[in-house]
Design a binder for this molecule. Structure first.
Ligand SMILES: [Zn+2]
Ligand SMILES: [Zn+2]
Length: 262
């Protein structure tokens, strides 16, 4: 896309994003542009307890690192997540992914900016977890790309935004696989797509589940010469908490319900 058409599509996405001033859960008016009314905010869980010093996932106990970071080869340098993936945030993210509410990315990007500023993140390029062509055709947008675009827009860092990695293979959702399958599932799924030699790359995504997506993207980026890879996601799944699949959860919680935002 040319710079002008990127600007134009962004302007249009603002026109079609009145949800910024509505609660993402109940549709009530909100006046801070931060997506949750005072009632639904009570069901928002920030990821501000004890977290893994590498990947930022919420952990219990005395260890400094989660099991993944303690025992697996980790290619990214650090990762941060704003929320715990539960309650109102999980609902809003699922709406963003499965109910055509890509406009929620504008709201969540505000939180990503807070997080980046809080930790004084330094980077030369901003990118996002890619979707395969097949998945993109189905959803028609990549919520991670929307988040990255709004993030750069808020910070006036449009020139840093790039698609550094592409996904060339369809994969199964990681949470549905056992540990051995997870290791092979993503092998060869990502390819480098931009010159990242010598760059510090920030990778944005909506949810960090097992961290495998970020890790595989980081592997590809590091092999292409990136000097640092930092992950930044809206939410992270807590370690050792079992979740049911997202699509099943979404259908169960939304069948028969009408959402005022849709
Ligand atoms: Zn609400
Ligand atoms: Zn970790």
């Amino acid at each position: 896309m040319t710079k002008i058409s990127i600007k134009l599509s962004r302007a249009l996405s603002h026109v079609f994003a009145p949800t910024k001033f509505r609660c993402m859960i109940c549709g009530a008016d909100v006046f801070d542009g931060l997506g949750f009314c005072s009632h639904c905010k009570r069901d928002v869980v920030f990821n501000n307890g004890k977290t893994c010093l590498r990947c930022g996932v919420g952990i219990d106990g005395a260890e400094d690192y989660c099991t993944n970071c303690a025992f697996d080869k980790i290619y990214f340098d650090r990762a941060y997540s704003v929320f715990s993936y539960e309650g109102a945030v999980r609902q809003a993210i699922l709406q963003m992914k499965f109910a055509n509410m890509g406009s929620y990315a504008a709201v969540f990007a505000e939180y990503l900016v807070f997080m980046a500023q809080k930790h004084n993140l330094q980077y030369d390029a901003v990118t996002f977890a890619p979707m395969s062509a097949q998945s993109l055709k189905k959803r028609r947008y990549n919520q991670a790309q929307l988040l990255a675009r709004h993030f750069c827009d808020i910070l006036d860092q449009d020139d840093m935004l790039c698609q550094a990695v592409t996904k060339v293979k369809e994969t199964s959702p990681q949470e549905q696989l056992d540990k051995a399958q997870r290791k092979t599932n993503l092998v060869g799924a990502y390819k480098i797509n931009a010159d990242v030699k010598g760059k510090r790359v920030l990778v944005i995504d909506d949810v960090k589940t097992t961290g495998a997506t970020l890790n595989e993207c980081a592997k590809v980026l590091k092999r292409a010469g990136a000097v640092q890879v930092i992950g930044l996601t809206v939410a992270a799944r807590k370690e050792n908490v079992m979740y049911d699949g997202d699509e099943e959860y979404y259908v169960r919680h939304n069948s028969g319900k009408s959402n005022k935002n849709i």
